[in-house]
Design a protein around this ligand. Sequence first.
Ligand code: SAH
Length: 457
Amino acid sequence: MEYKKNDMLTVTIEDMGHDGEGIGKVDGYTVFVKDAVIGDTVQAKIMKAKKNYGYARLMEIITPSPDRVEPLCPYARQCGGCQIQALSYEKQLEYKENKIRNNLIRIGGFSADELPMEPIIGMENPFHYRNKAQFPVGVDKEGNIVTGFYAGRTHSIINNRRCYLGVEVNEKILDIVVDYMEKYHVPAYEESSGKGLVRHVLIRYGFHSKEIMVCLVVNGNRLPASEHLVEELRKIPGMTSITMNVNRERTNVILGREVKLLWGRAYITDTIGNIKYQISPLSFYQVNPVQTEKLYGKALEFADLSGGETVWDLYCGIGTISLFLAQKAKQVYGVEIVPAAIEDARRNAALNGIKNAEFYVGKAEEVLPEKYEKQGIYADVIVVDPPRKGCEESVLHTMVKMQPKRIVYVSCDSATLARDLKWLCGNGYEIQRIVGCDMFSETVHVECVVLMSKVEK
Ligand code: SAH
């Protein structure tokens, strides 16, 4: 059977794809239905038809899946943030575990029974877990100031100050910012014309320290009547840092380079495990502090350090993993491409009195071979936490040449993880343990840590 655009069909969802879309089959024809969850029987309308498959819009849920739940957020379907809020949390975890397993089988070429997968580490509370939010600010058709999140794949703003992934105080802060803008006629930035002032509101909250940071991203050097904004914001308990960031570029990049202090300190502090961090508006910092501690705790457990080891942490960012490891190792070396992140890493090492961590700015694929070939450096354990594209093959080459006893691979994309594990397994390493960790509930993303060891000949 072949379908064409605008055809209506009834389909039972049997699987969910990488972006959380429901997948079902009708007479051998595969349909992808966004917002439908596994177990649903739905009526859907074909929007785009190919020969053997098509993309359809969910029109009506005929029989809801037993795993379907009512999303907390009334905007869950429109918003680009949460893809799977309509699925029970238990099933979300199962979906993520399957995603990792399927990628390792399909891309990595491993067989299901040779994968030592441990139960995924879920969250105790899968809402309000984010310590950072960046709300775009704009105007609606009537000229009212709106703020919230972008609708999926667009730049139109859904006016919603109550996001269930963020902390509750965000809403209060946004109310104050919008009131201030209305009262003092501070215009919102308009993407189409490049005019107006306030582009985004960045909020960060220290889960342990309870310190709050508010940073307004402004298309200009000055924020009119900002003392009135400050006066209201500082009444919020925990308010620690109020800043503005100058971004006058016509770009999708949220933050500019310059930060001006409006009130308080230019940074907040927080802890992960027993390590303290200073976080400025421009710093990278893991957004889910509770799960980060669990994920990096696993990485540390897998590294199995006894105090005498030399450890490399590639793609180290602000050194979160490096500083965790440094407490148990003889020496840690971190490598990261972004100079500002390395400055943070060094400052955070000093802040915590950690002297056995050294950081290098550069590409892992350049720094590691250079240190190895020219300086003959050594590693007992190598930890990698690359971006979604995974490790460059040259990094894997050098890693294997360095012959570490263990490799701990932290990954945010199980497809590239599978590719890299396949390479490492073909070059003298074997998988010992695999565990997923849910850092982003309600979304399709999943992190994973893998322990590999050198095959003894
Ligand atoms: N573990 C880190 C986060 C790692 S995210 C932390 O907790 O802070 C991946 C990091 O890899 C990012 O900081 C990114 O800037 C860096 N990166 C991307 N490409 C790189 C490359 N080729 N070499 C080194 N670092 C790179």
